[in-house]
Design a protein around this ligand. Structure first.
Ligand code: CA
Length: 230
């Protein structure tokens, strides 16, 4: 059984989430503020959390930061805020995914299933490196041999392309912020040079995607980051 903690101060929305999740056999706890959420999470560790960013006592980002000191359970952020900066902060704090309000319940349930599936698949000792080899219908990546093959041929990647691809592939389905990619690949002082990312992601798509202008695997979340969709 999967335990979900809903952190949402809008009581109507919280109730709708609880009813929908219980109907799908999730065990659900609900917290109307950050302090209650952290207390509940410590008492009954959830398998996945749904966290609103605008809470009465603290920011949802602070809740995620506090949780991440001891928990790796996936966090799906709900945000009514239109600006992307809050969502990027949430992702950098350790959130796994985000949805903007208003949202469709079906989509939320699908993303929740994806998030819990990823946890189940990842190795418990090496959460960020649970895979050695990934094969899609169009290409395969061997993370140990550092080899990419497409249509029975080796694909040559530059070290920078490889580094980017590796981060995305080690986090399948997860949205990785532009800042994290830039800082990991180019270094701490390059966190805002998003034009680098656009150039290198375009190169990777040309090498890996069947239709690089309509990518199937290397997905852009505008203003946020990138996601490898297996
Ligand atoms: Ca709120």
């Amino acid at each position: 059984m999967t335990r979900v903690l809903v952190v949402e101060d809008d009581s109507k929305l919280a109730r709708a989430l609880v009813i929908n999740l219980r109907a799908r056999r999730y065990v659900v706890d609900s917290a109307p503020d950050g302090a209650t959420a952290l207390t509940l999470a410590a008492a009954e560790p959830p398998d996945v959390l749904i966290v609103d960013l605008g809470l009465p006592d603290m920011d949802g980002v602070e809740v995620i930061q506090a949780l991440r000191r001891w928990s790796r359970s996936p966090v799906l952020v709900l945000s009514a805020r239109s600006g992307s900066e809050d969502k990027i902060r949430a992702l950098d704090a350790g959130a796994d995914d985000y949805m903007t309000k208003p949202f469709s319940m079906d989509e939320l349930l699908a993303r929740l299933r994806a998030a819990t599936r990823r946890t189940a698949e990842a190795s418990p000792t090496t959460p960020d490196t649970g895979v050695g080899r990934i094969a899609t219908a169009d290409f395969s990546v061997d993370l140990v041999a550092k080899r990419v093959r497409r249509a029975d041929r080796d694909v040559r990647l530059t070290p920078t392309e490889w580094h980017l691809l590796e981060i995305l592939i080690r986090n399948p389905g997860r949205l990785i912020s532009q800042r994290r990619l830039l800082q990991e690949v180019w270094g701490p002082s390059h966190g805002t040079k998003t034009n680098y990312l656009r150039v290198y992601m375009a190169q990777l798509r040309r090498k890996l995607e069947t239709d690089p202008s309509h990518p199937r695997y290397l997905i852009t979340e505008p203003g946020m980051g990138y996601r490898f969709e297996p």
